[in-house]
Ligand binder design. Structure first.
Ligand SMILES: C[S@@+](CC[C@H](N)C(=O)[O-])C[C@H]1O[C@@H](n2cnc3c(N)ncnc32)[C@H](O)[C@@H]1O
Length: 219
């Protein structure tokens, strides 16, 4: 198998960025953690932050939403196409959008945030061994980490591989990391997140896929 160039992953995420929902649709949806509209908890999982950092902010909708509520909100995404969309979509909202890999961004700043979050975002696609400590170290004393993603397929834990270009295009491995709520609790506690709530929120239709949501404090 050929090696993956970072450029291939960038192409993958730039392609993903091509069809964002409209600004009106986004405003109507508001803030959410699940793949279903107006389902489940909203920004209250973040507490009442004065500052927030979104890792893998995609369209920037959640970060712009927080900025409209007077949070000093920063969204980071590796895709220049996404960041350009963010800046065009939300020019007046006071949010800051940065184009960077999240680990590189965290390594380059001493700033701390009251809330760091990732909404089906970069933390899902990054090896937890690389992000756990940097994220913990960039939280303020009572700062909270929140992330959501798909629940694991039962029995399939750790790194999950998929082919980003399907089975006939240029080989493009993409990785995600999957753990059960109990496993996330252990993983997070091991690096000093002493208060952790992790669960799978059921879908609106009982047979449909739920959403894994994790909240953690290093206090
Ligand atoms: C599945 S999308 C979800 C984004 C957002 N929640 C949304 O709904 O638009 C994941 C996002 O993470 C970004 N991403 C993936 N890996 C990243 C990394 N290492 N650093 C920064 N952003 C990354 C991608 O560019 C993409 O915008």
């Amino acid at each position: 198998m050929s090696s993956v160039l970072p450029m291939d992953l960038l192409t993958y995420w730039n392609r993903y960025a091509e069809a964002p929902i409209t600004v009106e649709e986004s405003r109507e949806r508001g803030f959410g953690w699940t793949q279903y509209d107006r389902h489940g908890p909203a920004e209250e999982l973040l507490g009442q932050p004065e500052t927030s950092l979104e890792l893998g902010c995609g369209t920037g909708d959640m970060t712009a939403y927080l900025a409209r509520k007077n949070v000093r909100a920063v969204g980071v995404d590796i895709s220049p196409v996404q960041i350009e969309h963010c800046r065009q979509r939300w020019p007046q909202d006071g949010a800051e959008f940065v184009c960077s890999d999240v680990l590189t961004y965290l390594a380059g700043t001493t700033q701390k945030w009251d809330a760091i979050f990732s909404n089906w975002g970069a933390l899902w696609f990054t090896d937890p061994r690389a992000w756990l400590e940097p994220v913990r170290d960039h939280l303020t004393d009572n700062g909270v980490l929140v992330f959501s993603c798909a629940p694991p397929v039962e029995g399939c834990y750790g790194a999950q591989g998929m082919y980003g270009n399907g089975f006939r295009g240029r080989v493009l491995p993409v990785q995600r990391w999957a753990y059960s709520p109990e496993m996330w609790e252990g993983v997070l506690r091991n690096v000093g997140f002493l208060e952790v709530y992790a669960k799978v929120l059921e879908a609106p239709e009982p047979d449909n896929l739920g959403t894994l949501i994790v909240q953690a404090w290093a206090r």
